[in-house]
Design a protein around this ligand. Structure first.
Ligand code: SAM
Length: 340
């Protein structure tokens, strides 16, 4: 028996063969492509409003993202964007708003029903948005582990609420694949749930909860370490906010477990000698006796003036200057500029 919408070895799924968690996820998304579940993954916020952009209601209903990956400041010069896990096509349309050319957005999904739903929604969007042509989004069959594009061929790659579903070894594969297709200097735009403490095994092994983006999340430290391991030289955190609470009764927990959603942008740039720069919105403020402090490593702090620093530099300056520097907390919405 072949299951509709499965790309992964679907014909091998028989009464005797257990589905893999990736097949469970594909089957789940096949169902919610055919019968939308409003609010499945999304946070309680309306999608990014852009002048002259109308989102068809059926596309809005299929907003299965947990934050946003569309950061206008990263989308100048009509970039080629590869979108992984197209869902109902909402963010593909938003990216097309910036690239506005044939094939400017390549959207990949292994689930046939999801690709069909996205095509329908984008066709509707073309009726409602005079600037948009369906040829702007090239929908392709494929998956996060085998992206159907050449090495170093895209300016940006985006995924929203998909990579958190992957087990750590698969997450590593998907990130390596993203790194492969990005041009030097290219950006990986992601939004995913993260967990405020490790998720217990009984939930991590629940494939349906994992598919629903409720039990595969890593902690912030684990998540960012994956990005570092793959080779991104700079990571910027754009937003971090509460996402879902796993309560004790429903999820068989001793303490409730808060999930957050994390929006980030990772750059395929050389890793500095002392390691990847992660910007979370910290600043360093010099308050010593001199007019400024120069650490002779590229950071000059004017007395009393906050300088944006990555977390690594914040740690170093704190250790070096101790009482002469104030390091402000992470704001979790860093949007550019800074030390490295
Ligand atoms: C949680 S939904 C997110 C959809 C969309 N990004 C959004 O924000 O609305 C996950 C999407 O990833 C797709 N998907 C599932 N497994 C995948 C895989 N291995 N590779 C790429 N996409 C996958 C699903 O079909 C679905 O479209």
């Amino acid at each position: 028996m072949a299951l509709a919408g499965l790309h992964y070895n679907a014909s091998a799924v028989t009464g005797l063969t257990k589905m893999t968690y990736l097949e469970t996820a594909a089957e789940f998304y096949s169902k919610v492509a055919q019968k939308p579940e409003v609010g499945l993954c999304c946070v309680q916020s309306s999608p990014l409003q852009l002048p002259g952009l109308k989102i068809p209601p059926q596309m809005q209903e299929m907003n299965y993202g947990c934050g946003t990956t569309v950061h206008p400041a990263e989308l100048g010069n009509e970039p080629t964007v590869l979108y992984v896990g197209v869902g109902g096509g909402l963010e593909a349309l938003q990216f097309a708003y910036f690239s506005r050319r044939q094939g400017g957005v390549i959207a990949v999904d292994p689930v046939a029903e999801m690709r069909q739903a996205a095509s329908r929604n984008l066709a509707q969007a073309a009726k409602e948005n005079p600037w948009f042509d369906t040829a702007f989004v090239d929908i392709r069959e494929g998956d996060a582990f085998n992206l159907p594009v050449a090495d170093a061929s895209v300016d940006a790659i985006a995924q929203n609420c998909l990579f958190n579903i992957f087990e750590p070894a698969d997450l590593n594969k998907a990130l390596k694949e993203a790194f492969r297709v990005l041009k030097p200097g290219g950006k990986l735009l992601m939004s995913d749930p993260i967990a405020t403490r490790p998720i217990p095994l009984h939930l991590r092994q629940d494939e349906r909860l994992r598919a629903m983006c409720l039990s595969g999340a890593l902690t912030y430290e684990e998540y960012t370490q994956h990005l570092i391991n793959v080779g991104f030289g700079q990571v910027e955190i754009r937003a971090r906010r509460p996402y879902r609470l796993l309560d004790c009764q429903t999820y068989n927990l001793e303490e409730p477990l808060l999930l957050e959603s994390l929006d980030s942008v990772s750059f395929k740039v050389e890793i500095p000698e002392d390691g990847t720069c992660i910007f979370t919105g910290k600043t360093a403020i010099y308050m010593g006796n001199e007019e400024f402090f120069d650490d002779r490593a590229g950071h000059i702090l004017q007395r009393g003036v906050p300088a944006v620093v990555c977390d690594k530099t914040a740690g170093k300056l704190g250790a070096l200057l101790s009482k002469d520097v104030l390091i402000t907390d992470s704001t979790w919405h860093y949007t550019g500029g800074g030390c490295c």
